[in-house]
Design a protein around this ligand. Structure first.
Ligand code: ADP
Ligand code: ADP
Length: 219
């Protein structure tokens, strides 16, 4: 399970994240909803060991990301889909990631197929990909290590409605098999159909959290 406890992160004097606490349980999708600049990416970056907290902790199964025995295999991360090797083909990028993770390269073709990047798409340079295709490739990368936890920052950005529908099914299936999903978005419609729980953040602070149906009944 993911636990964010009294997490604060300041840049200069500015609090990007201010005393944020929430948990994500196995078997659930948690939607992390808030406008641009709310502090979502900062929270996810601390969780994935890419930034140090000013205060508080962010852990997976009770451990900080970098203290996990095999973080790259245990936590699937998609933080910035736009930033992927533009010069490689999708297949090359994923094969490289598999090598780094020590994952069987046989999984690459299977995953490319799973995310809808088979055939010609897999042989195209990532630099020629649309953002939606990069999201699909990023999701394949996040799934490579067969993780129990997925941390996804705005994965629906750039996906078309069919892609959003497809990703919803994929994430729902992942959670229904016992996985833990933390899914950020600035759009309610991208999370409402898939999330069990919602954590709403604004100005670095959690302004609401709870079961999706309860929260939406109140609005
Ligand atoms: P979100 O992901 O919800 O759009 P962010 O976590 O990216 O929000 O940003 C939260 C706040 O922190 C914003 O005001 C942003 O400008 C600031 N911020 C984020 N990263 C940095 C950084 N590396 N240096 C300075 N300020 C940052
Ligand atoms: P830097 O490289 O900026 O010094 P570090 O990653 O070394 O940052 O971490 C600085 C401090 O933050 C250390 O005391 C570290 O233990 C702590 N820290 C880093 N990540 C987390 C986390 N996810 N939860 C709690 N403490 C953390």
């Amino acid at each position: 399970m993911i636990a964010i406890e009294h997490l604060s992160k300041r840049y200069g004097g500015h609090p990007a994240v201010d005393d944020v606490s929430f948990t994500c349980a196995p078997g659930t999708v948690t939607g992390f909803l808030g406008p641009n600049g709310a502090g979502k990416s900062t929270t996810l970056r601390v969780l994935c060991g890419l930034a140090a907290p000013t205060r508080g902790t962010a852990t997976v199964g009770g451990r900080r990301y970098r203290d996990l025995p095999n973080p790259g295999r245990e936590v699937g991360v998609l933080l910035d889909a736009a930033a992927q090797h533009p010069g490689r083909t999708g297949r090359e990028a994923l094969t490289l990631a598999a090598t780094v993770l020590g994952v069987d390269r046989g999984r690459v073709a299977e995953l490319l197929d799973h995310v809808g990047l088979d055939g010609t798409a897999a042989r195209k340079r990532v630099g020629a990909y649309s953002l939606g295709m990069r999201q699909r490739l990023g999701l394949a990368g996040a799934l490579l290590g067969d993780p129990r936890v997925l941390v996804l920052d705005e994965p629906a950005n750039g996906l078309d409605p069919e892609g959003i529908f497809w990703m919803r099914g994929l994430l729902r299936g992942f959670a229904d098999r016992g996985g833990t999903v933390l899914l950020s978005s600035h759009l309610l419609r991208e999370v409402e159909a898939v999330a069990d729980r919602l954590v709403v953040i604004a100005g670095g602070r959690v302004v609401a959290q709870g079961a999706m149906d309860e929260l939406l009944a109140d609005t």
